[in-house]
Design a protein around this ligand. Structure first.
Ligand SMILES: C[S@@+](CC[C@H](N)C(=O)[O-])C[C@H]1O[C@@H](n2cnc3c(N)ncnc32)[C@H](O)[C@@H]1O
Length: 196
């Protein structure tokens, strides 16, 4: 069940994206802060970002998920030797137990999830109290709309305020959604309260 166009799938699997994601995008997305404990990546595609996470933080326990079986296969090929768990999962209906993860990461995937509010609620459910969601996504701009219309993949682009309000609506706290690249991209971080 691919949710991306053939072009996007090829891009996600390319060596060029793998290298750029690992060396440039990942440190920026993490705000150069460490990850630790049990970490879940949503919509990890071919595993480009997870490869960087596993190399930088070899002691954490990383689980990478994606809806598309072809992406799951590609990620498995790239990540199994690094001790990463890769499995198929729909972010809107995950089978993980409540409070299973210290961090949930979402890189450039939320705009493909039509039921994005359900995805945020599911994310909060699987986080431990005090745990954090972090990542980045495209913002709803004319450029992003034009690219996705051309490429015809299912998508639902969000504005910064939509995302911040959606995170608050499902109970996240300490929410930041920061614009980058002239507002084309937004980086976000949100916490599940310790007493949740
Ligand atoms: C643009 S790719 C980004 C891949 C990866 N995060 C990266 O940065 O290289 C978006 C990914 O989200 C996945 N995806 C879309 N909808 C999903 C859903 N409902 N549940 C899980 N994954 C989903 C797609 O299959 C795709 O691999």
């Amino acid at each position: 069940m691919p949710v991306m166009s053939a072009v996007e799938r090829a891009f996600c699997r390319s060596a060029a994206w793998g290298s750029f994601a690992r060396h440039v995008v990942l440190p920026w997305a993490l705000e150069r802060r460490p990850l630790s404990g049990d970490v879940l990546e949503l919509g990890g595609g071919a595993g480009a970002m997870a490869d960087g996470v596993a190399r930088r933080f070899p002691d954490l326990r990383l689980t990478v998920t994606d809806l598309d079986p072809a992406m799951v296969d590609a990620a498995r090929r790239r990540l199994t030797l690094r001790g990463v768990t890769v499995q198929q999962a729909d972010v809107t209906a995950m089978t993980f137990e409540d409070a299973s993860f210290d961090y949930v990461t979402s890189y450039l995937m939320l705009h493909h999830v039509i039921e994005w509010k359900t995805a945020l609620a599911e994310t909060r459910r699987v986080l431990r109290p005090g745990g954090q969601l972090l990542g980045y996504d495209l913002t709803d701009t004319p450029t992003a709309r034009w690219i996705h219309r051309l490429d015809r993949s299912p998508h639902r682009l969000l504005r910064r305020d939509d995302l911040a309000d959606g995170l608050a609506a499902v109970g996240f706290e300490e929410i930041t959604v920061s614009p980058t690249l002239g507002g084309q991209v937004m980086r976000f971080r949100a916490t599940k309260a310790i007493d949740a």
